[in-house]
Design a binder for this molecule. Structure first.
Ligand code: ARG
Length: 471
């Protein structure tokens, strides 16, 4: 069957045979790009106005086209399923066909000087600009929950890890703010992506530019783009903005995946100081005692999808000759799947973080033993004049002895410490306390309570939340 717009095929003139049915299905993107229908209509309305100003359409024809497009838009807004039965190749041919069906003759003029190549580019950019706004909202909501938890638990101390071995005590708030930093950078990356997406391609035509002198600057203003594309060849073949989006999304998912992994670990009975809400856990069909962190496992697992989408786009573009090639139609699924996955993940992560229960006492218990004050002990000797390397060696030997005797650093008698070094004195006890360990790390960006309090207030301000002094 040939693709028809009303009574006229959109490209059938030079063909004598219809399309193979399998190929027709293969070639169609309507089931995916129907999501661009509102943007397609928005772009078409602006383009119709440009055609009228260029003298291609009469004011009457313009009016009819705008009315027709408006009608199609209301139908789409009421029920996107009105596209369900359509057999058109893509959303652009669908809208054009609907227009001709709705208003007749005048609709046949809308595509003058335009190509689906610049049309799909403008539709996708319009769509992506909105999508980025949604992602930014999702990130912001999640970051807000991180800050709420930090604010609720400013006194809670947890073990900090390196190599998944207990390393030094840190404030829970400091830990949560680390993820706040990651998501802040993600927000910047999406902003950056927005800037590059915010560029108006209409008027590029199929590849060489528009031959009807449409006012591109007016189109840019009408469609609310910050800039217009500078080169028509680039305009119809550029999909960098999608790569930017999926790349920023991949990194966001990597951050979510790391957070998920941490929380899975922290909520094991072995750590036990984090409890996940029933709302985001599942049971086992066999073992009645189980409460599994499926939400977090899925957050960790979903990163694979987005990273896959990024690879898909990069491979799609690699080796494509200028300018437009139908390969580019394959970009849609990567875009939509990334957006949907990202929004779902951000929403679930927000609930997971918002409903975390923190057991401060259990956290405190995990700080006992494990020699987490060893660095403080070495620092203690350094402050009394011993070179750090020497102090490190010596404390290593103390740890070894305590390990052998199965005692904590605080349980080794001062007299024994003094045999290791006469620099050890009564003030040693204080050095071994968690509070001391935290407070010592008072550089900007460190885990000292005063620093973390400042960082938390700054974070709250940057997110537009109340700052601590107002609470
Ligand atoms: N559905 C197409 C896409 O998504 C629209 C552009 C088609 N252009 C063409 N010359 N066949 O890329």
């Amino acid at each position: 069957m040939k693709r028809k717009v009303g009574a006229v095929s959109i490209w059938g003139g030079r063909f004598t045979q219809g399309m193979d049915e399998a190929f027709e299905r293969f070639n169609s993107s309507l089931s995916l790009d129907r999501r661009l229908i509102l943007e397609d209509i928005e772009g078409s309305m602006a383009y119709a106005e440009a055609l009228e100003k260029a003298g291609v359409l009469s004011p009457r024809e313009l009016r009819r086209i705008l009315e027709g497009l408006g009608e199609i838009r209301s139908r789409a807004q009421q029920d996107l399923n009105f596209l369900a039965e359509a057999k058109d190749e893509d959303v652009h041919s669908f809208v054009e066909a609907q227009l001709v069906e709705t208003i007749g003759e005048a609709g046949l003029k809308l595509h003058t000087g335009r190509s689906r190549n610049d049309q799909v580019a403008v539709d996708t950019r319009l769509f992506l600009k909105k999508a980025i706004g949604q992602v930014q909202q999702g990130l912001k909501a999640l970051m807000g929950e991180l800050l709420n938890q930090a604010r609720r638990h400013t006194d809670v101390v947890i073990p900090g890890y390196t190599h998944l071995r207990k390393a030094q005590p840190i404030l829970l708030a400091h830990y949560l703010l680390a993820y706040f930093e990651m998501f802040s950078r993600d927000r910047e990356r999406f902003e950056d992506c927005f800037r590059r997406t915010d560029c108006m391609p209409l008027g590029a035509g199929a590849l060489a530019g528009n031959a009807f002198a449409v006012d591109r600057e007016a189109l840019r203003r009408k469609l609310d783009f910050a800039r217009m594309t500078a080169n028509s060849l680039d305009a119809v073949s550029d999909r960098d903005y999608l790569v930017d989006f999926v790349s920023a999304g991949s990194l966001t998912l990597v951050h979510l995946s790391r957070l998920a992994e941490d929380l899975i670990f922290f909520s094991t009975p072995e750590c036990g100081w984090v409890e996940l809400s029933d709302q985001v856990t599942t049971g086992s069909s066999l073992m009645p005692q189980k409460k599994n962190p499926d939400s977090l496992e899925l957050l960790r697992g979903k990163s694979g999808r987005i990273i896959g989408n990024l690879t898909r786009l990069l491979v799609l573009l690699k080796g494509l000759p200028l300018t437009y090639n139908k390969d580019l139609q394959e970009d849609k699924e990567a875009l939509f799947d990334t957006l949907d996955t990202l929004l779902d993940c951000l929403q679930v992560a927000q609930v997971v973080v918002g409903t975390l229960k923190i057991d401060a006492e259990a956290a405190r218990r995990t700080l006992e033993g494990d020699f987490m004050a060893a660095t403080d002990l070495a620092d203690y000797l350094v402050r009394k004049g011993m070179p750090f390397r020497e102090a490190h060696q010596l404390v290593g030997r103390i740890v070894l002895e305590c390990e052998g005797r199965r005692i904590r650093l605080s349980e080794l008698p001062l007299s024994r410490y003094r045999q290791f070094s006469p620099l050890f004195a009564d003030d040693l006890v204080e050095t071994l306390s968690v509070r001391h360990s935290l407070e010592a790390r008072s550089v900007p960006g460190g885990t000292a309570p005063a620093r973390v309090a400042e960082a938390l207030s700054r974070a709250e301000q940057s997110l537009g939340l109340k700052n601590s002094s107002e609470r």
